[in-house]
Write a protein that binds this ligand. Sequence first.
Ligand SMILES: Nc1ncnc2c1ncn2[C@@H]1O[C@H](COP(=O)(O)OP(=O)(O)OP(=O)(O)O)[C@@H](O)[C@H]1O
Length: 628
Amino acid sequence: MSDKKQQKVQEFEYKAEMKQLLNLIVHSLYTHPEIFLRELISNASDALNKIHFDQLTENKAEGEGEELKITITLDEKERTFIIEDNGTGMSEDELIANLGTVAKSGTLGFLQALKEQQPDKSGIDANLIGQFGVGFYSVFMVTDEVTVETKTEDSQGCRWCSSGEGTYTIETIDREKRGTKISFTLKEDAKEFAEAFRVENIIRKYSNFVDFPIYLDNKKVNSITALWQRPKSDLKEEEVNEFYKFISVDYQEPLDYLHLSLEGVVNFKALLFLPKEAPMDMLYQQGALENHGPQLYVRKVMIQHECKDLLPEYLRFVKGVVETEDLPLNVSREVVQNSPVMAKIRQILTTKIIGWFESLAQDHKEKFRQFYKAFGPVVKIGLNTDFTNRDKLIELLRFESTTTEEGEFVTLREYVDRMVEDQKEIYYLSGDNRQQMLSNPNLEYFRKKGIEVLLLVDPVDVFVIPSINEYDKKPLKSIEKADIDFKAGEDEEKEALSKNMIEPVLKIFKEALGDKVEDVIESHRLVNSPVTLVSGKDAMDPQIEKMLRMMKQSEASGKKVLEINPSHAVIKNLAGLCMLNENDPIIRTTMNQLYEGALLLEGNLERTAEFVSRMNDIIEAATKQAKA
Ligand SMILES: Nc1ncnc2c1ncn2[C@@H]1O[C@H](COP(=O)(O)OP(=O)(O)OP(=O)(O)O)[C@@H](O)[C@H]1O
C-alpha cells in the first residue's frame, strides 16, 4: 500500500457505549432480522425528504433534476445487497457523528433493561429497535461487514467501512452523485434477503407507505398513497392498520383511529391513531412525551417527523399524520411554531381528540378501558394544564372504589348519582394497592354506612384529584382527613366508654406517644379496629407525603392524629387498667404497639424490629396470665 493511500484510510474506534450497543444488537436481536430492511429504507426516505424539502423551499420547481428514489439491487448468487438513495448524503463529519455514536442518550440502558425483561432472557424483539434510534446497526444482524459510500451536495465523497466490532474506517473517494449507497454481502443464514420475492414482500409489509418510489431490480414495488387525503369511506381497515404500523414502528395494530377532514378557519386533514400500549420510552423516561407528536405535512411534503406543536403534551401519545395547505413551506420551524394557524389546528385537534375519547367511553367500553389503562395517567396531567378542556377531562376519569370489583371502574357522575341519602361529599382514599387500602381502618365507618369510597391507586391521582376540589358542587375529600363530620349512631353510643372513662386513656396515650402524634382523640369512624391514624385538617395527603419522602423532597413526615375507638374491647381494657394502676407498664407498651400497628397498616412503619420485640413482650404477658 502506498503512503498516500495509507494517509487516506483512517481508522476510528466506536465510543464505548456504541461497542456495547453493537454487541447487544448483533447478539440479542434476532427475532425479526428482516427489519434491517425497514430501517435502511426509513433512513433513505428521511434523507430524500430533506432534499425534497430543501428543493421546494429554495423554490426550485418540483421535478427539476432527477427523480428522488430508493433503489435496491440484489445478487442471489453472490449474496450481495445494495441499497442506494439520492437523498442528502453525509459529509465525513456527519458520518462520524451519525454512524459512530449513539444519538439518543440512554439508549443502551433502555435496550439492556428490555433484554432483562424478556422472560427467557433470549433476546429483544427486533421489532422494537426502531424506537431507539439505532436502526442502521440492525444491518449487522444479516452481514459481517458493511460499506457506506456517501456524498452531500457540496462535500467530497466518503467511504465508511465496518464489521461492527469496535472500529470503523473512513476514506475519501471519488463519487459524483449526491446520496448514499450501502452495500454488503449477506451472511449464509441470511441469504433469503438476496431473493427478490422475499425482499419485495418485506417492503410491502413495512415500507409500503414510504413517500418515495422504491425500485427493486428496476421494478417499482411500493404504492405511494397519502391515506389521509382519501375520504373516510374509502379507507379499508387493513390498509389503515398497515399504515399505522408503518408510521409508528409498532408491531401491533392500533387500538382505534380517527380520520379528520376540516374546512373552515383553517383547513387540514388528519389520520390519528391510538396505540394499544404505551411506547417503551414513555415507561422508562420521564418527560418522554415532550418530543413526540404526529407527523406534519404541508402540501404533500413532510415538514416534521414528530411535530410536538400539534398537540398539548398530555396528548402526544397519539400517533398519526396531519396535513395542511395553510402553512407556507419555506418558513423556519420557529415561525411554524408560533403561527396562529398552528395554534388553531392544535386547538381543534385537541377538542376532536377529547371527543374521540368520549365516544370510545360511550360506545366502545372495552377499547376505552384499554386506552385508559395505557394512557389514563398521562391524560390526567391535562387536568392541571389544559383549563379549557378540564371539565371534559374530569368526565373521562375512572376510579376503582369500595363498591366496584377489582379492575372495574366508576365515573364521578356515576358516583354522585348513587350517593346515599344525606351524603354531601365525595370520598376517596389513596394508597399503593387495592388490598392494602381495603384493610384501612378508616374505611370502617363508610362501610357500615354504605358510603362508597373511591380508591386511588394511580400515583398520579394524589396530585390531580385533590385539585378537582369539587364535582357537581360536591367537595372531594380524603377520608384520612380528621375533619369529616361523623355522626355516631345510637348503638355505638350505648356501647362506648363514657366520657370520664375515656379521658384518662386519652391523657396517658398523649403522654406515651409524646410528639410522635399531633393529638389523640376519640373516634367516631371506627367499628372493628381499636385505633387509626388520620391526617390533621391542614395536612398533606398521606400518599403525597410518602412520595415526597421517597423523592427526598421532604424529610419529616407530618404528624398525624391518633383516633381511638371507645367501643373497642382493647380500649375498654386499657380504661380498666388505667383506673386500677395508671403506672402499669403494659399500658404504655400496648399504646405504643397500637400506634405502630396503625403505621404498619398504612405502610409507614420503618422500625419493624422494635415493633416485633414489643409484640413479643405483650405476648409474653398475655401467655403468663393465661397460665395463671
Ligand atoms: N441513507 C442515509 N442518508 C443520509 N443519512 C443517513 C442515511 N442513513 C443513516 N443516516 C444518518 O445516520 C443517522 C443514524 O441512523 P440510525 O438509523 O442509526 O438512527 P436514526 O435514523 O437517527 O433513528 P431511527 O432508526 O429511530 O430512525 C441518521 O439519523 C442519519 O442522520
